[in-house]
Design a protein around this ligand. Structure first.
Ligand code: SF4
Length: 442
């Protein structure tokens, strides 16, 4: 089973810290994109049969006008068997095991192939047969529904668009809030105000059971009190899922230049650690499960789509700049909307990079991704901790000696032959992960 990601490369305007691929939205370009995406879907038809989750991200998918948003959702519904996505409850019961890193039955060298007719199991022009029932956005998600997420931005969402999302079976909303402080929102170049953000959370929670509030901390000038105010306000809406990422000013972005020139300064390391500690203490105290370094959820509301990435499961990414992991290979689409459209018009695959990770790369990726999560990584089969003369049994003793400092310091834990970072370890994750790799001789 794979996950499906669809990249919508349009935004109202560019935020000052962002280097995701997106361009300013305009109607002509959106039409070209939707036509090209439909073509790309048709080329992937054979890989779209056993999906586990669907995620529409960007960019800002909600920047599309109502009719174009509906067209996007129709294209998706016309190419996948939405009603057959596994219910969230089943994925939880099954422990949601990822596909083997090297996959079964390798797909063609190019994941796109050529000339495959589109599969439209649900037919086009009809809303999907949603297990949530007609208009049944609320209810059903936490137990009976599948996971179908869309990212939205408070500046672009309307009641009409919310209705369209529900009609086409979307049942999880990821709201890009970032902060509930107007000065920080303006410094980040966000297109919305704190007031719009609060109204959006309110309207989303009235209509959807499952949603995430996405936040950014460690903004230049922000201190622990500012951060705590945003957190408290967000908690007053009781969102079932919260993501809290530390700001990373990407090289080449306006914010990065301003930091480089000394016009702005990032908070010092101590303040950042304080913000991280407050987040973890406050949210776990409220009953959230800290299931990944930057992600917290009420039980049953974890993002199964993202868990698939962290478990290194297979996924298909469609749209400009989207990436895929299929049959043990990584594929990257062109990060250029016009080139993407042109290539698909010419029946060419829009892939510009293919990478075949070596067995060592696979292990490194597994560790880097897995140690971000509370479930950690299974130790069986990891190099450096398997004694050759014991038939592959785990030489935990030798490994424990190498990691003794961190085990003693309470940064890592080993139980049931799995290695996890602790809450304290999450805090210092970068350096701890490097040491774990060293202990494994990677
Ligand atoms: S809305 Fe999201 S994708 Fe668009 S520019 Fe801002 S951060 Fe980047």
């Amino acid at each position: 089973m794979k996950s499906l990601y669809i990249h919508v490369p349009f935004c109202l305007r560019k935020c000052r810290y962002c280097d995701f691929y997106s361009v300013e939205s305009n109607s002509v370009l959106v039409d070209m994109y939707l036509n090209a995406l439909e073509k790309e879907f048709s080329l992937y038809s054979e890989h779209l049969r056993d999906l586990r989750t669907v995620y529409i991200g960007g960019g800002t998918p909600s920047v599309l006008s109502g009719d174009k948003l509906e067209k996007l959702l129709k294209i998706i519904a016309g190419n996948i068997q939405l009603a057959q996505l596994p219910p969230v409850s089943v994925l939880h019961e099954k422990g949601y095991l990822p596909a083997s890193p090297l996959g079964k039955g390798h797909p063609p060298v190019s994941p796109l192939g050529k000339g495959h007719p589109p599969v439209s199991p649900l037919g086009k022009g009809h809303p999907p047969v949603s297990p949530l029932g007609k208009g049944g956005i609320k209810g059903g998600y936490n137990g009976n529904g599948y996971e179908y997420t869309i990212e939205i931005n408070p500046a672009t969402i309307t009641p009409e668009k919310i209705e369209i999302l529900g009609k086409w079976g979307v049942n999880r909303i990821s709201i890009g809030i970032q902060s509930l402080n107007d000065s920080f929102l303006s410094l980040l170049g966000r297109a919305h105000t704190a007031g719009q953000a609060e109204k959006t959370i309110d309207i989303i929670r009235e209509n959807f059971n499952s949603f995430s509030v996405d936040l950014i901390c460690a903004i230049p000038g922000q201190n622990r009190n500012d951060w705590e105010k945003t957190l408290n306000r967000v908690l007053s809406f009781s969102p079932p899922h919260i993501s809290a990422y530390e700001l990373t000013p990407e090289r080449g972005t306006p914010l990065w230049y301003e930091l480089e020139s000394g016009g702005l300064r990032m908070p010092d390391e101590e303040s950042i650690l304080e913000m991280y500690e407050i987040t973890s203490r406050k949210l776990t105290g409220e009953g959230y499960r800290h299931y990944e370094i930057s992600n917290y959820s009420m039980p049953g509301y974890e993002s199964l789509h993202n868990i698939n990435y962290w478990r290194r499961g297979e996924y298909i990414g469609l749209g400009p700049s989207a990436h895929s992991l299929i049959g043990g290979k990584r594929f990257g689409n062109v990060s250029d909307i016009l080139k993407y459209c042109e290539m698909l018009q010419d029946n060419e695959t829009p892939v510009e990079s293919v990478f075949s990770p070596s067995p060592e790369d696979v292990i490194r990726e597994t560790i880097l991704l897995g140690l971000r999560t509370a479930e950690g990584i299974g130790l069986a089969g990891m190099p450096g901790i398997v004694r050759e003369n014991t038939g592959g049994r785990i030489d935990e003793d030798a490994f424990i000696v190498k990691l003794d400092k961190h085990l003693q310091g309470g940064l890592v834990k080993i139980d049931n032959k799995r290695l996890h970072l602790t809450e304290k370890g999450f805090l210092l994750s970068n350096s701890v992960i490097v040491e774990v790799m060293r202990a494994m001789r990677l």
